[in-house]
Design a protein around this ligand. Sequence first.
Ligand SMILES: *Cc1c(COP(=O)(O)O)cnc(C)c1O
Length: 236
Amino acid sequence: MSSIQQNIEQITSEILSAQQKCGRAQESVQLLAVSKTKPNQAILEAAQAGQRAFGENYVQEGVDKIAYFSEHHSELAIEWHFIGPIQSNKTRPVAENFAWVHTIDRAKIAQRLSDQRPAEMPPLQVLIQVNTSGESSKSGIEEQQVFELAQLISSLPNLTLRGLMSIPANVPDYASQLNAFNQLADLKHRLSERFPELNLDTLSMGMSGDMEAAIEAGSTMVRIGTAIFGARDYSK
Ligand SMILES: *Cc1c(COP(=O)(O)O)cnc(C)c1O
């Protein structure tokens, strides 16, 4: 077994035990393998270990990988998630290639993605990226703007709003991690109450360093890169 396959088994069992610890149902947390900067061979190994959903941060890199796998390994039926920042001049390749987008943070991006989604493809599954308090990154919108953006997305024909995503500040202590994730879970709860007809079912939160706290707070999708593929090398 390759080390990537071993890592996936390890993470899968960690997800299971985190779920059990806080009394959550089995299979209520999906693993998104974050493959940014990693070669097709690494993705292939993960996919051959049964991993289906992969996350990419850079548009051109993601589009190249999607083209490669649809040409050479369509049998793997990989589901591609865009999880990086989106510039409005890059929405078209995202709309034309990905199944999910986790990082919608303004009306213009939502509008363009819907307009540019090809008619023969299923609606793009989208999440609103929220900047919960204490967040170090500048990306994501403030809580007060989430309701208005959700309203707009729900009116767009080629987008399906599934929930919320956040990238909290990278802090080592469990209580602070849990606090940040609970904020997002609480916001999702209020959003679901406001828009019950949308059936929001997704909370994309938790990475290699804070997965357990995210699961305790109600994450339904953890985005794991390093713990599966090893450290990233940005020098190349
Ligand atoms: C890179 C990245 C991840 C994965 O982070 P790891 O710490 O390597 O698990 C998750 N989410 C987003 C948005 C990322 O950019």
